[in-house]
Design a protein around this ligand. Structure first.
Ligand SMILES: C[S@@+](CC[C@H](N)C(=O)[O-])C[C@H]1O[C@@H](n2cnc3c(N)ncnc32)[C@H](O)[C@@H]1O
Length: 358
C-alpha cells in the first residue's frame, strides 16, 4: 500500500473513531479542574481524563461523538468548566518545528474554513518545546496558513483555531466560538482596567453582564449589599441606576456626592426597606455562604416580582458542588428562579448566581 493510501485509511479510521468518542481540552479556574471533571463525569458517566496544567487544564475523552457531547455540554452549561475545544489533531511534539509542520499540514487541508473570519487561540505549558511566547507561535502559524486567506479577528470570528502546545503532545481543534463555552482563549475574559477604577470586583459584574446577558441598563433601582469600596456600585451608576449601597466599611471617595447614590453604613442584618422597593439586588459580601444566603433571603421582600438578583457565593469548602446545590435550593425555596450559575473567570474561589424572582 503506498503512503497516500495508508494516510487515507488512517484518516477514515480516525473519522469512525470520532463517531463514537470525542476528545477535548478543558479549562477551569485554577484549582477547580477536579470539579469541572466531575461535572463531565456526571453528564457522561466514566471518562478518561489527564491533567495537563495541575488544577486548571485537562484533556478528556468522552464516549460520545463530538456533536452529541457538545450538545449536552452547551445546553447543560456547567458551572466549573470554563472553556473547552474539540481535539481534531494530536501530535507528538518532540521538536516544535516538526509539530508546527504537522499543524500546518492538517489545517491547510481544512478547506471549509478558507476565506472565513477566524481567531487563532494558542496556549502552552511551561515546558512546551515552543520556547517563545504564545503570540509568537500564533504569528508563525498565521504566516504558514496564508494560503487559507483567513480574515483574522478577535470579535465574533466564524471559526476558532485552538492549539494547546503541551510538553510532549500538541492538541489542535477547529470549532465555532459558541461550541467552546467562551470565545475567549481558554475562557480567560480580559477587560481593560479603566483609569480611576475603584476595584477589580467591577470586572465580575461586567463579566456576569456578558456571560448571562443581564440587561443592567433596564433596571431602575438597585440594592448593593456589601458594596464597599464600590466597584459594583460604580458599575450600576454607570448603567444609569439609582443605587442603595449597604456596607459598614467606607465607600471610595470618588462616589461621594453622587445624587443617584444612597449609602447606608450598617450591617446588612440591621437594615430594612419598603416592600418591592428594588428591581435589582446585588450582593458580593465574601462571607460565609450560608449566612450570606440567609441574610439576602431576609431582604428579598424588597425585590419586586420579576426583579433580578446577582450574587457571589464564596466556596470556602472542600465540597463546593454540594454547597452550590444547597445555596441554590435555599434561594429556590424563596421564589427565586436560577437563570445562571457560573464560576466566572474573574471569580476566584467563588461562583456567581443570576436569579429572577417570580
Ligand atoms: C469583596 S467586598 C465587596 C466589593 C464590592 N463588590 C466592590 O465592587 O467594590 C465585601 C464587602 O462586604 C462587606 N460586608 C461583609 N459582611 C457584611 C454585612 N454583614 N453587611 C454589610 N456588608 C458586609 C465588607 O465590609 C466588604 O466591604
Amino acid at each position: 500500500m503506498d503512503e497516500l493510501n495508508v494516510k487515507q485509511e488512517l484518516e477514515e479510521e480516525n473519522q469512525s473513531e470520532r463517531d463514537y468518542h470525542s476528545k477535548w481540552v478543558c479549562t477551569a479556574n485554577h484549582g477547580f479542574a477536579p470539579y469541572a471533571q466531575e461535572e463531565l463525569r456526571r453528564m457522561f458517566g466514566s471518562l478518561k481524563s489527564t491533567m495537563m496544567i495541575p488544577g486548571e487544564v485537562f484533556v478528556v475523552t468522552i464516549d460520545s461523538s463530538e456533536n452529541e457531547a457538545n450538545r449536552l455540554i452547551t445546553t447543560r452549561t456547567p458551572i466549573f468548566l470554563r472553556h473547552l475545544f474539540p481535539v481534531h489533531l494530536e501530535i507528538a511534539a518532540d521538536t516544535s518545528l516538526d509539530a508546527l509542520s504537522a499543524v500546518e499540514e492538517f489545517l491547510l487541508k481544512r478547506e471549509e474554513i478558507g476565506g472565513s473570519s477566524a481567531a487563532i487561540q494558542i496556549r502552552k505549558t511551561e515546558n512546551s518545546p515552543w520556547k517563545e511566547n504564545p503570540a509568537a507561535l500564533r504569528g508563525e502559524l498565521q504566516r504558514r496558513l496564508a494560503p487559507l486567506e483567513l480574515e483574522y479577528t478577535v470579535q465574533s470570528p466564524a471559526w476558532i483555531i485552538s492549539l494547546f502546545a503541551a510538553d510532549h503532545v500538541w492538541y489542535v481543534g477547529v470549532s465555532h466560538p459558541e461550541d467552546n463555552l467562551s470565545d475567549w482563549n481558554g475562557g480567560a475574559v480580559r477587560f481593560q482596567r479603566e483609569e480611576g477604577q475603584i476595584s477589580r470586583a467591577k470586572f465580575k459584574l461586567l463579566e456576569a453582564e456578558k456571560q448571562f446577558g443581564i440587561p443592567f441598563h433596564s433596571f431602575l433601582n438597585a440594592l448593593d449589599i456589601g458594596a464597599a469600596p464600590g466597584g459594583w456600585t460604580s458599575f450600576l451608576l454607570e448603567r444609569g441606576l439609582e443605587v442603595t449601597a449597604v456596607d459598614p466599611a467606607k465607600m471610595h471617595p470618588s462616589l461621594a456626592g453622587n445624587k443617584n447614590l444612597r449609602v447606608i453604613h450598617k450591617n446588612a442584618a440591621d437594615v430594612s426597606f419598603r416592600e418591592n422597593e428594588f428591581d435589582l439586588i446585588v450582593c458580593d459580601m465574601s462571607w460565609s455562604p450560608k449566612l450570606m444566603a440567609r441574610m439576602v433571603k431576609g431582604l428579598l421582600y424588597s425585590l419586586q416580582p420579576g426583579g433580578t438578583a446577582v450574587i457571589t457565593v464564596k466556596l470556602l469548602t472542600k465540597k463546593p458542588m454540594a454547597l452550590v446545590k444547597e445555596i441554590m435550593e435555599t434561594f429556590e425555596e424563596s421564589r427565586m428562579q436560577i437563570q445562571g450559575a457560573k464560576q466566572l473567570f474573574h471569580n476566584r474561589d467563588e461562583i456567581t448566581l443570576y436569579m429572577i424572582k417570580y
